[in-house]
Ligand binder design. Structure first.
Ligand code: SN0
Length: 318
């Protein structure tokens, strides 16, 4: 693996899941692999799981880690080619990415969607600019349109917990007070299409994700209908893709309740976190044994570790 920008950078999904599950049994097995290698983690947005699990993954591989918050701490970056920089931006991505590459063997980046400029978000201008001007591999820690480390985590968790060959997995929209990106839902959808699962998406009309991502995945507008016999219920809010970044409605009846979980096949409740309790999901569900959220959070480490391992193995020898 050269970079990890989307789930398409995974050569074989079943193979990488099996490797991650093996790694979980023996997390320090490849402690020598990352010796004298540095991971630089650059954050343009908040984080808890991503920051700690990716750092932990790198440490378990024997790497050194440097973390930098760009919002507020770094020079504000210019991304426009040929720009006359007499405004608010202080440093061009051309130098910034090249400079960070002098200190780091791998650069991981978190840069959420603007949700105001669809064209820029779809072009992944932050992630792609780093890729263009850095001389080292790039790992996506949630970009404008994708969160592939979360999707790999979720694939690992479903594999660990499934009780049948081809489980039914439902991605359900849920209400939220803020406009959130589509990134988590996008990558989860792409990942489910690479797995042997019966996958259905449910959301209110108007919340269709990018059709280039959902392809021929069935979309059911009746949430109760979609939840019937589900083995896994993956819940996430996202803002409208078509009416880009807008909250069209936040009908509280889409919240996941114990009554709704009763429609499933003793299904598991999944969420990437952070979650708004009693808006997205009732306490009774997230606090129940059906909730997998902590197991998912734990698997973030092994998803990141297997990705970093694959990238480290491709680096030129020291
Ligand atoms: C982010 C998102 O993409 O939806 C990160 C999820 C891993 N979530 C949020 O920004 C939630 C913020 C909030 O206030 O609930």
């Amino acid at each position: 693996m050269k970079h990890y920008l989307t789930t398409d950078d995974i050569e074989s999904v079943p193979k990488i899941i099996a490797e991650a599950i093996e790694l979980k049994k023996e997390p320090y097995r490849f402690e020598q692999l990352g010796k004298h290698r540095t991971l630089g983690m650059l954050f343009f947005n908040s984080s808890l799981r991503t920051r700690l699990s990716t750092q932990k993954a790198a440490m378990q591989l024997g790497m050194q880690v440097m973390v930098m918050n760009f919002s507020g701490e770094a020079w504000s970056l210019e991304f426009e080619d040929g720009s006359v920089m007499n405004g608010s931006t202080s440093e061009h991505i051309k130098e910034a990415a090249a400079v960070v590459s002098q200190y780091c063997d791998i650069i991981a980046i978190r840069a959420f969607a603007t949700l105001t400029d669809k064209e820029k978000d779809e072009a992944e201008y932050v992630l792609k600019s780093f890729q263009k001007y850095a001389s080292v591999p790039i790992v996506n820690m949630e970009s404008a349109t994708a969160h592939p480390l979360q999707a790999l985590t979720d694939a690992i968790t479903i594999t660990e917990l499934k009780t049948k060959e081809r489980p039914k997995v439902v991605l359900s929209w849920a209400p939220h007070p803020k406009a959130l990106p589509q990134a988590v839902a996008n990558s989860f959808t792409s990942m489910m299409q690479k797995m042997d699962v019966d996958f259905v998406i449910t959301h209110p009309e108007g919340y269709e994700l990018n059709p280039e991502i959902t392809k021929d995945v069935p979309i059911v507008y009746d949430q109760n209908e979609a939840l019937k016999d589900a083995d896994f219920v993956y819940v996430k809010n996202w803002s409208s893709y078509n009416d880009y970044g807008k909250i069209l409605q936040s009908d509280p009846s889409w919240k996941i309740t114990a009554e709704k979980m009763a429609l499933t096949n003793n299904g598991k409740f999944m969420h990437c976190l952070p979650v708004r309790r009693n808006v997205i999901v009732d306490d009774a569900v997230i606090d129940s044994l059906q909730s997998t959220v902590i197991q998912q959070a734990n698997n973030r480490t092994f998803a990141a570790q297997i990705v970093l391992k694959h990238i480290l193995e491709q680096l030129p020898k020291l």
